[in-house]
Design a protein around this ligand. Structure first.
Ligand SMILES: Cc1ncc(C[n+]2csc(CCOP(=O)(O)OP(=O)(O)O)c2C)c(N)n1
Length: 610
């Protein structure tokens, strides 16, 4: 039996010797590679955390000591070592294991996440519990990447962390990458200290002694006035020391022995610690080491040949390419991304027009308010962001953009269901949380032509504008009605009308086609302001109206439209949406099927009648 098969729970690791731990790391890496190539998932980040995970479980006692994985996309080794190896082939599949941490899956999963930079804050809460309950021997260990560390939320937590009075060891997993190259001053700072030899607080006393004895009293007095800057020459991680943490590192994150020995040392300190580990994203699979961005999140692929980048046109590509053309003709156009340049289709833009491209790192709030500043200065900012991550900047949209009626365009990718990333990532709240904001206009295209028309329309539009589009391959349906504020009757049909938007226009069209085009299909492109009058004028001639949307019910456009129909005495109207719950993971098609929003589901609804 190999060693990996004998590990049923984290404490089993403690029985192993160092050479066995090394063997375990090889087996684990092999297993992750094989498995993820079959299921898809976050590959490169997980290949980088194998040794670190083994060492953490060797030194600490989970779940009494709390391992808190930031984002949770790099915790596959943790999931496998905590009793989920046999179920791993179901990762990210409908009703299978989650691709992130899930408290219902295991007592070793302490915090659920998917959005980044929450780990230190949650850890501070748990550390306070330990302090108040007198749990002096229990450790709390947030594990945060260098990308996640660029977020304001991580720094808000660091600002408090120095006051923590119980055992806190922040593990900084530094692989020099976010999804793409990490950006900004924090990243530059970490790059600088990565080159230092391992520094521990034991060495700090040596530095202090060295400075007194070797440089002479006179010089020492001059220097002691600027002691901090003097220390910076000798001590890496002074930034963290200024936050009241003891810095230890950098440690080779693929040397289990070194990690274990240094963690044991960290346990002896009586202050909160920042433990800096250098890892390699994609470690052990050469293609992923060379191209970690491409291997950050993967679909099923052949391990022997690796991934070939897809040439399928997605809405993200259509957006990125068209905005690039617009920006080439108008130097006022600036695009902002929060660490998602590849996901939002902006890689080509960044390469060709870097002066008009800004990556702020994982800092959605900063991106939105920076866009406000650009708009005030007369530029035309486009914020390219996933629907789910824009939730972070809700206040900035209201307070910094909408209140001042600034001309910022929000290009919201992944609106609607996103598939296997699941609960934390579906963009199913955006109609609800955006349509309540005054001054905002919200549009959603049914196909790639309409997306391009909306981008063209945005050029001269004044005020905040949202263009939200869904994940997937782009297609075109048929010609458009010119005025985007008017609804578009795509199929006239007979007695039944389906009113919808975005991806579901195609599902409604397919449902109608299956029924010899007997259902009318009305495409609503502008969800705010809702053109009640035009929609109602078309709909009132039908016997039955179904309004559907890939958004939760509360706050949806379907709910708003339904109220209008009822107010006008039209009662043969029914709405269907996603339910007001968190939606699980699964492929988009499986979820559309489960929630009866695909063509088949629409026909079922209609056949059931009212
Ligand atoms: C708020 C938020 N914005 C964007 C993302 C998308 N995202 C997922 S992982 C990741 C990179 C994180 O980098 P790092 O913390 O260094 O981890 P690594 O993948 O390099 O291991 C990003 C940008 C996210 N999860 N949360």
């Amino acid at each position: 039996m190999n060693i990996l098969d004998s590990i049923k729970k984290p404490s089993d690791i403690k029985k192993l010797k160092i050479n066995q731990l090394n063997q375990l790391s090889n087996e684990l890496r092999e297993f992750i590679l094989e498995s993820v190539s079959q299921t898809g998932g976050h590959l490169a980040s997980n290949l980088g955390t194998v040794e670190l995970t083994i060492a953490l479980h060797y030194v600490f006692n989970s779940p009494e000591d709390k391992l808190i994985w930031d984002v949770g996309h790099q915790a596959y080794a943790h999931k496998i070592l905590s009793g989920r190896k046999d179920a791993f082939s179901t990762l990210r599949q409908l009703d299978g294991l989650s691709g992130f941490l899930k408290r219902s899956e295991s007592e070793h999963d302490i915090l659920e996440a998917g959005h980044s930079s929450t780990s230190i804050s949650a850890a501070l809460g748990l550390a306070k519990v330990n302090e108040n309950l007198g749990n002096n021997d229990n450790y709390v260990l947030p594990i945060i990447g260098d990308g996640a560390l660029t977020s304001g939320m991580a720094f808000e937590a660091l600002n408090y962390a120095g006051q923590c009075k119980s055992q806190l060891i922040i593990i900084l997993n530094d692989n020099e990458m976010s999804i793409s190259n990490n950006v900004g001053s924090i990243s530059k700072y970490l790059n600088k200290i990565r080159g230092f030899k391992l520094y521990t607080s034991l060495k700090r006393s040596m530095v202090n002694k060295l400075t007194k004895s070797q440089i002479g009293t006179k010089t020492y007095h001059v220097i002691s006035k600027t002691k901090s800057s003097f220390k910076e020459l000798f001590i890496p991680g002074m930034l963290f020391e200024h936050f009241g943490l003891s810095y230890i590192g950098p440690v080779d994150g693929h040397n289990i022995k070194e990690i274990i020995e240094t963690l044991e040392l960290a346990k002896k300190l009586d202050k909160p610690v920042l433990f800096h580990v250098k890892t390699v994203k994609g470690k052990g699979y050469l293609s992923a080491e060379k191209n970690p961005d491409l291997y950050h999140g993967v679909g099923k692929f052949d391990l022997k040949y690796g991934i070939t980048p897809s040439d399928k046109s997605t809405y993200s590509n259509v957006f990125g390419n068209h905005l690039l053309d617009m920006a080439k003709n108008d130097s006022r156009v600036i695009v902002l991304t929060a660490a998602m340049s590849s996901g939002t289709g902006l890689n080509k833009f960044a390469e060709e027009l870097n002066k008009q491209f800004i990556d702020v790192g994982i800092a959605e709030q900063n991106a939105v308010t920076m866009a406000a500043g650009l708009a005030i200065g007369g530029f035309k900012p486009y914020v390219a962001v996933y629907s789910t991550f824009l939730q972070r900047a809700f206040d900035q949209i209201i307070h910094d953009v909408a209140l001042q009626n600034l001309s910022v365009v929000f290009c919201i990718d992944r609106s609607g269901l996103v598939g296997s990333d699941g609960e934390t990532h579906h963009g199913i709240f955006d109609t609800s949380y955006l349509s309540l904001i005054p001054n905002i206009t919200i549009m959603m295209p049914k196909d790639s032509n309409e997306l391009i028309r909306m981008l063209d329309f945005s050029k001269d539009f004044n005020g905040p504008l949202v263009i939200k589009y869904f994940k997937g391959e782009s297609y075109t349906i048929n010609d458009d009605v010119d005025d985007l504020f008017e609804p578009e009757l795509i199929v006239k049909g007979e007695n039944t009308l389906i009113i919808t938007t975005g991806r579901l226009v195609k599902e409604a069209y397919d449902a109608s086609e299956i029924n010899n085009f007997s259902y009318g299909v009305l495409n609503v492109r502008t969800l705010k302001p809702l053109n009640y009058e035009s929609i109602y004028n078309i709909a009132k001639d039908y016997d039955k109206v179904f309004i559907i949307e890939e958004n939760i019910k509360t706050g949806s456009f379907t709910m708003q439209m339904e109220n209008h129909f009822l107010k006008n005495g039209f009662t043969n109207v029914e709405t269907f949406n996603l339910p007001d719950t968190f939606i699980e993971h699964g492929s988009i098609n499986e979820l559309l099927d489960r929630y009866q929003l695909d063509a088949k589901g629409i026909i079922n609804h209609i056949n059931k009648g009212m």
